[in-house]
Write a protein that binds this ligand. Structure first.
Ligand SMILES: Nc1ncnc2c1ncn2[C@@H]1O[C@H](COP(=O)(O)OP(=O)(O)OP(=O)(O)O)[C@@H](O)[C@H]1O
Ligand SMILES: [Mg+2]
Length: 388
């Protein structure tokens, strides 16, 4: 059996003791004098004390290729957003998808920032609080062009924008349409005033999340698992990356025609049979990465709410990560990626939906997934799991 807490009778401490020998601990030293990406020179700690928002604002504007925030109307006029609709939401804000004139589907993740208005029950993030998510998203997206550590399994960042102003009317109409058809937990965006700032991620369309996706058969699911494991292994090796929130809403799937999905790990090309499906990993709001000697991470050590939820392995993982990291969230603990892989294979076996459950190839691939589940937590890292 895999080393996971599915058995409520097994207490957490016993579980943790049982896997202690699998742990790696690589605390990363901060070097306050190294440059973070281009010219952003403050460490996380220093940023808090020295006019943080100002430095982060400049860095973000540079990453956006802007000198000042733009207005919605400059970029997202009603006519520019052809066939637009709202496709998702979170406490952070809203997600829309539209088609460009060239026919490309683009996803907009719109996050209000810096304002005093409480949005969807939470305070808005500041520039310095959204900075790491932006830098991580850009860095992971750029792995699709890396010669040694190549993967296109992290959402493509087409552009990041910093926008200011009232929510555009056509997006408000789409927001209301979604509310009327799906229900929403979010506040009405008409509450935003003229001076409201937003970060807008323009992303490639990754498809449907694992929760709602229906696989043809388990062969496809096995391919999805292999794609997730390789993507994590590559980012782990290149960037000491941990996703830290890889639940089935953050794994997207879409049909593809290509027979193989190509990866490069340490310069070695690996081709995974796609079985007609492409996996995309999204949402780095809890992620951690090392770049240019600087750790980018979200310090959730005091976020008690994150560690309180019960009822699914998903919620248990936040507590497991906290123990793995001794609640020091800047540390690198690649076993955290293994735990999320264990969660994914668990979902693929017990919860994912399949069109065909009768065929021999489905049953045989399902067996292989069970073998993976039995062994996955013997690995110390995602990288070790793909080399095993
Ligand atoms: N690139 C994308 N392609 C397709 N759908 C996407 C994409 N990015 C986001 N979505 C959709 O929007 C939903 C919310 O996005 P995301 O997971 O990034 O935010 P979140 O989990 O609510 O954010 P946070 O954890 O920062 O509050 C996703 O579950 C997915 O359905
Ligand atoms: Mg998410």
């Amino acid at each position: 059996m895999p080393l996971i807490i599915r058995n409520p009778l097994l207490d957490l401490e016993t579980f943790v003791a049982s896997i202690t020998n699998l742990r790696l601990r690589h605390p990363v030293q901060f070097n306050p004098y190294r440059a973070i990406y281009d010219d952003f020179k403050e460490t996380t700690e220093r940023r808090r004390s020295v006019t943080p928002t100002c430095d982060a604002r400049d860095t973000i504007l540079r990453k956006c290729g802007q000198s000042e925030p733009l207005e919605f109307a400059d970029i997202y006029s009603g006519s520019a957003l052809r066939q637009c609709r709202k496709i998702g939401e979170g406490v952070f804000g809203e997600v829309f998808r539209y088609k460009t004139d060239a026919g490309r589907a683009v996803v907009l993740k719109i996050i209000p920032i810096e304002g005093t208005l409480v949005v969807n029950g939470a305070p808005q993030k500041k520039f310095d609080e959204i900075l790491s998510e932006i830098l991580i998203a850009l860095q992971l997206s750029s792995l699709r062009n890396d010669n040694e550590y190549m993967t296109s399994s992290f959402a493509e960042v087409i552009q990041v924008r910093c926008v200011q102003g009232r929510y555009p009317n056509h997006l408000i109409d789409l927001w209301e349409l979604y509310r009327d058809h799906h229900r929403t937990a979010n506040d009405h965006p008409e509450a935003f005033k003229d001076d409201q700032l937003y970060i807008v991620f323009e992303l490639g369309n990754g498809g449907q999340d694992l929760k709602s996706f229906e696989f043809s058969n388990a062969l496809q699911a096995k391919s999805a698992f292999q794609q997730a494991a390789l993507a994590l292994a590559i980012a782990e090796k290149k960037l000491q990356f941990e996703h830290r929130d890889l639940h089935w809403g953050n794994i997207l799937l879409s049909p593809i025609d290509e027979k193989f999905v190509t990866f490069k790990l340490n310069g070695n090309t690996q081709q995974i049979p796609s079985e007609g499906v492409k996996l995309t990993i999204i949402d780095y709001s809890l992620s951690r990465m090392l770049s240019d000697g600087i750790v980018l991470y979200n310090d959730v050590s005091n976020n008690e709410g994150l560690f309180m939820a019960e009822g699914d392995y998903h919620f248990e993982i936040y507590r497991l990560m906290r123990i793995n990291l001794d609640n020091d969230w800047q540390c690198f603990e690649p076993f955290n990626n293994v735990i999320w892989l264990d969660y994914i294979v668990d979902k693929l076996i017990d919860r994912a939906r399949y069109k065909d459950t009768k065929s021999r190839k489905h049953r045989s691939a399902m067996k292989e997934l069970r073998v993976i589940r039995d062994k996955i937590t013997k690995n110390k890292s995602a990288a070790e799991s793909v080399n095993a």
